[in-house]
Ligand binder design. Structure first.
Ligand code: ADP
Ligand code: MG
Ligand code: MG
Length: 213
């Protein structure tokens, strides 16, 4: 089961890769409104490197946790930019919690999501309402955690949490950015959702079926 779960993790990253390639231009345009316009490019560079590192690791017989950690390190290394560092570190923390032993129980998966979120908050120091990816991530983590703790099916819980994250990402349109490169031109971003929150909700939605399979 551990080898199968490592393969599922590779598929999760492949799904993220496909959706980020499709959204590259749109994410770039969103980031160009108040930021520097490179969010689509950065996410694509990061996820491409992560996908390559994940398949290498699986080819060498690595377990799921090591596959995800290698993917995270490659992402942080190659993406450039704030979001790349945070995604990479988050993915490594997720992998460390999932571990190599076997496909994770729902509670372990919830702990891995929490580890992903905690690492990103620790490094980026953003709070809810600062108009960052954290505004989509924390609602995702709490919705998934509560549903799983209540005995929900992990696959359904993940998709409910992904819908919460997508709504929360949309709702950042009304906020002024208080962290990151968009801050100096904060007013210009009113009416546009945060690019990092938008991409996070998108990526989590497509990864779910693989992580919860
Ligand atoms: P950069 O801002 O370095 O060009 P990106 O454009 O790839 O990097 O990513 C921008 C996104 O990063 C923002 O939309 C926001 O979601 C996220 N972000 C920026 N600063 C932080 C932070 N301190 N904590 C969490 N997320 C952040
Ligand atoms: Mg940028
Ligand atoms: Mg940049």
């Amino acid at each position: 089961a551990s080898r199968e779960y490592a393969a599922a993790c590779v598929e999760a990253i492949a799904a993220a890769r496909e959706s980020l390639h499709g959204a590259e231009e749109r994410l770039g345009r969103m980031d160009a409104i108040a930021g520097d316009g490179d969010h689509g490019r950065g996410m694509v560079r990061g996820v491409d490197a992560a996908a390559a590192a994940a398949s290498d690791a699986v080819g060498q017989g690595a377990g799921a946790g090591d596959v995800l950690a290698a993917a995270g390190d490659a992402w942080a290394d190659k993406a450039g930019g704030t979001s790349g560092v945070l995604w990479g570190a988050g993915l490594r923390a997720f992998g460390e919690t999932v571990g190599n032993a076997s496909a994770p129980e729902a509670a372990v998966l919830a702990a891995a999501v929490t580890a992903f979120a905690d690492r990103i908050v620790q490094l980026g120091k953003a709070e809810i309402g600062d108009k960052t990816m954290v505004d989509a991530l924390l609602p995702f983590a709490s919705t998934f955690g509560h549903a799983v703790a209540g005995g929900a099916d992990p696959g359904e819980a993940w998709q409910d949490a992904a819908r919460e994250a997508a709504c929360a990402a949309e709702a950042t349109a009304d906020l002024l950015p208080l962290k990151g490169r968009a801050r100096p031109l904060a007013e210009k971003s009113l009416g546009t959702p945060d690019p990092g929150a938008t991409s996070l909700a998108m990526v989590f939605a497509v990864m779910g079926p693989h992580f919860t399979a």
